[in-house]
Design a protein around this ligand. Structure first.
Ligand code: GDP
Ligand code: MN
Length: 374
């Protein structure tokens, strides 16, 4: 899950990584606007600076104009729904600092360059020697000498400050299950190091053990981007199809198998909706919401679950919770098995909902119900 700059910076602030003072501004809430300031578009793609999404404003009037202009932009197809307005920094130098994973070497990897800023991509392409790449041994962790090597490479003199800064970045990377923490530019000011930009991406597979973090970040993103944030950054895949049988599966494989079975038995699915194998009551709830709001006129709903990592009690809880809040009049066919199967079935039965054991019987019933059968 990619975070907006303002979200990344909130995590930085909490981790003690210095960031400029700032406020989030939207079209409907301009309270935080001030000047002199840097007015920055909040989008999930990069390269805002070059596209005009970062404007330095000297007066309140400039700031208001910049806000109007940027809030009406689309950057790489993404409409700008929010701005981060920050105190301007006096920049002495622009560094690049990032930590990510090197998939091939299977280790975390730090990258540092004294040529940070908007042209880092071309630096990477044309002068790769200007970027230091330092793998971190997962067992040894980030050692002192690697941090010294980075400070040497950048030519930054205050070793103690640099050491503290990099350690905080590393700690954040691990504690939030990030796959990327990128600071470009990391600026040198007369008061020391300052993270002027923040690009943070959290590992989607970490969602079950970072529930609070994901929920907090997702609810902020939802309130900015509206409903589309859910499908984009959650684990749910939703594709509308031509038919009238709503389909939810816990994984893509199960989903495709079920699509075939539906077709074989003479039905047509209304959608392909799968939860990426990662499940919680919330994900199940969101999948139901997705299917019912995605396409009107569904005649039956088929839910096919195979409990591996995912737990049937959690799935059942999500289904029951959704139906309690949004009663539906169409027949529901839920087939579940595997991990916590008995608990899941109990929850369904207590809510008066039928459960199926056999996949073929479940699909056949969903097809029959959709065709108006009893
Ligand atoms: P990006 O292009 O999406 O990565 O946006 P950044 O937040 O990195 O900003 C792009 C560039 O704008 C930076 O590299 C800086 O040169 C410049 N910039 C951003 N904030 C400030 C600021 O507060 N003061 C000054 N002088 N320049 C800034
Ligand atoms: Mn940047």
């Amino acid at each position: 899950m990619k975070l907006y700059e303002f979200q990344g910076k909130a995590l930085f602030r909490e981790a003690g990584i210095p960031v400029p003072k700032g406020a989030v501004v939207t079209a409907s809430d301009r309270e935080g606007l001030f000047a002199p300031s840097a007015v920055k578009a909040q989008v999930l793609s990069g390269g805002r600076g070059k596209a005009g999404g970062v404007v330095l404003a000297d007066t309140p009037d400039d700031a208001a104009k910049a806000a109007d202009a940027i809030l009406s932009m689309e950057l790489k197809g993404e409409p700008v729904k929010a701005l981060l307005v920050e105190e301007k920094a006096n920049i002495v130098a622009e560094y690049y600092l990032a930590v990510t994973f090197d998939g091939e070497a299977r280790t975390p990897l730090f990258m540092a360059s004294a040529s940070g800023g908007m042209d880092i991509e071309s630096v990477a392409e044309h002068s790769p020697e200007k970027i230091l790449k330092l793998p971190v041994d997962p067992l040894w962790g980030l050692t002192d000498y690697k941090i010294r090597a980075m400070a040497d490479f950048l030519g930054y003199e205050d070793r103690k400050e640099f050491d503290g800064f990099v350690r905080k970045v590393w700690k954040l990377f691990r504690e939030k299950d990030a796959v990327l923490v990128e600071i470009n530019p990391l600026v040198v000011t007369d008061k020391g190091l300052l993270a002027l930009d923040a690009k943070v991406e959290i590992d989607d597979d970490a969602r079950p053990r970072r529930k609070q973090l994901f929920e907090a970040m997702l609810s902020e993103q939802r309130s900015l981007a509206g409903a589309e944030a859910e499908a984009d950054h959650g684990t749910i895949t939703y594709v509308p199809l031509e038919g009238d049988i709503g389909l939810i599966s816990d994984g893509a494989g199960t989903g495709m198998l079920t699509l075939d079975l539906i077709r074989d038995m003479g039905g047509e699915a209304a959608d392909f909706c799968e939860m990426g194998g990662l499940t919680s009551p919330e994900v199940m709830y969101d999948a139901m919401k997705e299917v019912f709001s995605g396409k009107p006129g569904i005649k039956s709903l088929l839910v096919v679950l195979i409990g591996g990592f995912n737990r049937m009690d959690e799935m059942a809880e999500g289904i029951v919770r959704y139906l309690r809040e949004h009663p539906v009049s169409i027949p529901l066919v839920v087939r579940l098995c595997g991990t916590m199967e008995e608990e899941g079935k109990t929850i369904m039965k207590e809510a008066g909902l039928p459960v199926y054991d056999d996949l073929r019987t479940a699909v056949a019933d969903a097809v029959r119900f959709a065709a108006g059968g009893e």
